[in-house]
Design a protein around this ligand. Structure first.
Ligand code: ATP
Ligand code: MG
Length: 566
């Protein structure tokens, strides 16, 4: 298997492993070397308005990864300034996902809402220093006054309000005297700035909403820009790492730090978002998939959420390795899904025990095998790693996959055909003698004979090329198998015909449920989240929610090979 191209540094020494580029490493190293910081503090700041997706994994790996690598700290801070869209369910799920990915935040879970008192006091400071004012423009008027990328904005008629009046109005906003949207607090910066974010941005909005952390204490809420940098400063964050869309917010981030008596001066760095083809990475759209029941929930194994990948069978290590492999840079691009699939195959190839499971069982009777006889065959759990053995009872009746027998096979078919021979994996060579059919002509059973002299050795005088998987009829476990495929059939799900939406690109064949599959006996003990390579079929994981003792449900994590052919 060759490794797909990633964003890698040129190799000085030929044959040396490629080193993925992370432009933040040298920055941190330089800050430590120069003594600017004696140790670093980063943070991962999700808004609890949905479950984490694969894009967030990138951010988690960058933030926690740098802290780990340089012996620093990384905080988990919920950026909870928009109570209407936030929920405790998301707060719990996000913590679970971060831990699952293998990281532990430093200190307690933090909430930007813990700083609401301080932020409010700082807003008052800005009013007093003439740097903020209460504005009564309606949202429509405000939009019009704001100008555009090509035209400067105009000053709000409320911009010259006196400090006393501003303090009074802001206090009354806080006291709940006004309705949602009636007034806002704005910074007084520059309506002609080419950077729209500096055109007197909003600091506080009126929102009569219950907050999951602060209850009904507040009816005014600071917005993201007024919250983020100051929260970073309060927590002593040294490197505030975010995605590139915040680059144009950095002057504002620095403006607040400059104008306010903050205890520290964090610095913001931006890197490019992770975009993965065939997937959606927007919480809003993922929520729509859930709400409109296109999937079964946030953790549906087809979702690009971390809980979806987890249920699908992805390992935390495969996701961390993927995030490392793609590098951390400032250039926008789309990463190929096959890189993530490479990463999980690479992990499971080494770490998943092998097993056999027949997805579409066809009964086989070995006519010349003595009735009542059973041989306990031992097969290694892994071809290379020492994982011990599993036992398969070989007897007169067994199952093979329907697709492994054809009456009129195409040329080069290496499986079972009339009068042809094939080896049963880890067992004997059998020959197909007769196909038994029902009234409609469907094959319901195969009569075969075995060559007793072929256990662990080649038959005399002839070559048998094919090897197929099988399970014993007696002792195998009936199970359900869910074959998952990509949720979107288009590389860019957002690209649609006029008037369409990303929903039009949903792959109608993203899930196929097979019931009555037969797994080898050892799989009866599979615990939720146990992972296997089902020989010849792919990598599978016992479902986290629906697997029961003795009644496993297996999810296909990924096929053995890239079948999308890119
Ligand atoms: P979404 O659009 O899905 O809601 P978001 O950026 O609004 O994403 P946040 O909860 O605010 O979600 O994100 C927390 C952190 O994760 C932020 O620092 C954000 O920059 C980062 N992040 C979000 N999406 C990606 C992505 N695709 N790649 C890298 N980092 C991301
Ligand atoms: Mg956000």
């Amino acid at each position: 298997m060759s490794k797909p191209t990633a964003d890698t540094a040129p190799n000085a020494a030929k044959g040396a492993p490629a080193v993925p580029v992370n432009f933040l490493r040298p920055i941190v190293q330089a800050d430590l070397d120069s003594g600017k910081h004696s140790s670093i503090v980063t943070r991962f700041p999700p808004e609890p308005n949905g479950y984490l997706h694969i894009g967030h994994a990138k951010s988690i790996c960058v933030n926690f990864g740098l802290a780990q690598e340089f012996g620093g700290a990384c905080h988990l801070r919920f950026d909870d300034t928009n109570p209407a869209k936030e929920d405790q369910e998301y707060i719990d799920a996000i913590q679970e996902d971060v831990k699952w990915l293998g990281f532990q935040w430093t200190g307690p879970v933090r909430y930007a809402s813990e700083y609401f008192d301080q932020l409010h006091d700082w807003a008052v400071d800005l009013i007093k220093s003439g740097n903020a004012y209460v504005c009564d423009l309606t949202p429509e008027q405000a939009r019009e006054y704001r100008g555009s990328l090509t035209e400067p904005g105009r000053n709000s008629p409320f911009r010259e309000r006196g400090v006393e009046e501003n303090l009074d109005l802001f206090a009354r906003m806080k006291a709940g005297e006004f309705k949602d949207g009636e007034r806002v607090l704005r910074a007084r910066i520059d309506m002609a700035s080419p950077n729209m974010n500096l055109r007197d941005p909003i600091l506080y909005r009126i929102r009569h909403a219950h907050h999951h952390q602060t209850g009904d204490k507040w009816c005014i809420y600071p917005n993201y820009d007024f919250t983020h940098g100051q929260s970073d400063a309060i927590e002593g964050i040294t490197h505030s790492i975010c995605t590139l869309e915040f680059e144009s917010h950095r002057p504002l981030y620095e403006w607040f730090l400059d104008k306010l008596p903050v205890p520290a001066t964090p610095r913001q760095y931006e890197f490019s978002r992770l975009n993965l083809n065939y997937t959606i990475t927007s919480k809003r759209k993922l929520k729509q998939l859930v709400d409109e029941q296109h999937v079964e929930g946030w953790d549906d194994p087809r979702m690009s959420t971390l809980s979806g990948f987890r249920r699908r069978g992805y390992t935390p290590a495969s996701i961390r390795n993927f995030c490392e492999m793609i590098g951390t840079n400032r250039s926008d691009g789309v990463v190929d899904m096959s890189m993530l699939e490479f990463s999980i195959r690479d992990d499971l190839d080494r770490n998943a025990p092998r097993a056999m499971c027949v997805l579409r069982p066809l009964k086989v009777v070995i006519s010349n095998y003595p009735e009542g006889q059973v041989e306990q065959l031992e097969l290694p759990r892994h071809p290379k790693e020492d994982m011990g053995v599993r036992v398969l009872p070989f007897a007169r009746e067994l199952y093979i996959d329907r697709d492994d027998f054809m009456e009129e096979p195409p040329k080069g078919y290496k499986r079972l055909e009339p009068a042809g021979e094939v080896r049963l994996r880890g067992s004997y060579v059998i020959r197909a003698d007769e196909a038994i059919k029902d009234a409609d002509g469907n094959i319901v059973e195969l009569r075969c004979s075995y060559d007793p002299d072929t256990l662990g050795k080649n038959p005399e005088g002839r070559k048998v090329k094919g090897v197929i998987h099988w399970v014993p009829a007696d002792g195998s476990v009936e199970c359900e198998v869910r074959l998952y495929d990509r949720l979107f059939k288009a590389a860019n799900p957002e690209k649609t015909a006029d008037g369409g939406t990303f929903l039009d690109n949903i792959n109608p064949d993203s899930l196929q449920v097979l019931r009555g599959c037969r797994a080898e006996p050892s799989l009866g003990n599979a615990q939720p989240e146990d992972r296997f390579q089902f020989e010849r079929e792919g990598y599978f994981c016992a479902d986290l929610k629906d697997s029961r003792p003795g009644q496993p449900v297996f999810n296909r994590t990924v096929s053995l090979r890239d079948s999308w052919g890119s």
